[in-house]
Design a protein around this ligand. Structure first.
Ligand SMILES: Cc1cc2nc3c(=O)[nH]c(=O)nc-3n(C[C@H](O)[C@H](O)[C@H](O)COP(=O)(O)O)c2cc1C
Length: 238
């Protein structure tokens, strides 16, 4: 049994651990290429993505984990945010223990009433038909009226927004385990999409790369101390 005092102490410990993890995490530019993340720890990172929330529970993203050095090299030329060109290193692409690419679902699967969504609600979410019918209507209104998500690019961007929730959870989970990470938007989307189609068989009409993320253990201390706006500059209470 925990009494109130225990709860307060436990909560204080957890708060400290969480904040330590947020201070520890930084956008790691170069990882120690000799240090690999264990399978159990990486699975925990993946679980934090899988269990992440998504709008309407539609889970509109996939993760491609690129481990083969040859395959990672296919992205080097146009992935300026992870190729180390700016600091003369092999970059995150060449040094990360694990390198992942988030693929956002496009309008082909995420437009209201799509076959894919019907299957998802029935088979994954195990919803009864009447609830599926209700969600179909609400989701159509959401897309067409509430959020005005009309074109394929807008639907892909909406999917990407859900992917970023998982991305953030993965990086926080990693940091809590002392594992470093770097989110990466520094790449040319069209070229990444073309490589994914040609070498990985990923249909660009269905999936678009939206953000990458590298994991591993830092090769050295961060180059700069963390800088952020003060809390009262970014939070307004009303
Ligand atoms: C969505 C996103 C994309 C980013 N893309 C890159 C990138 O391509 N390459 C890189 O080295 N850092 C990238 N960063 C890291 C940011 O520059 C970094 O988070 C920011 O400067 C704050 O520094 P800190 O994360 O070390 O505290 C990205 C961050 C986010 C959230």
């Amino acid at each position: 049994m925990t009494n109130q005092t225990d709860t307060v102490f436990a909560s204080a410990d957890i708060q400290e651990q969480i904040l330590q993890a947020f201070h520890f995490r930084h956008a790691t530019k170069v990882f120690d290429p000799e240090r690999k993340i264990g399978d159990d720890e990486f699975n925990t990172i993946l679980e934090s993505a899988r269990l992440s929330p998504s709008s309407f529970g539609m889970e509109p993203w996939q993760l491609l984990i690129v481990q083969s050095p040859d395959k990672r090299e296919l992205f080097r030329d146009f992935t300026w945010g992870a190729n180390g060109a700016f600091n003369g290193t092999a970059g995150q692409l060449g040094t990360a223990s694990h390198f992942a690419i988030f693929l956002a679902h496009t309008g082909a699967t995420m437009t209201h009433h799509s076959d894919y969504l019907q299957r998802h609600m029935k088979e994954v979410k195990q919803l009864p038909d009447e609830v599926i019918g209700f969600i179909n209507g609400a989701y159509q209104k959401f897309q067409e009226q509430d959020f005005g998500i009309e074109g394929d690019r807008q639907i892909t961007d909406w999917s990407a927004r859900q992917a970023y929730i998982a991305l953030a959870n993965m990086m926080t989970t990693a940091a809590l385990m002392g594992i470093d990470s770097c989110p990466i938007e520094g790449f040319e989307m069209d070229k990444a999409s073309a490589v994914l189609e040609q070498y990985f068989g990923i249909d660009p009409a269905i999936y678009q790369p939206v953000v990458m993320v590298a994991f591993g253990y830092r090769a050295g201390a961060p180059a700069h101390p963390k800088t952020r706006r003060e809390l009262d500059h970014l939070v307004t209470w009303a």
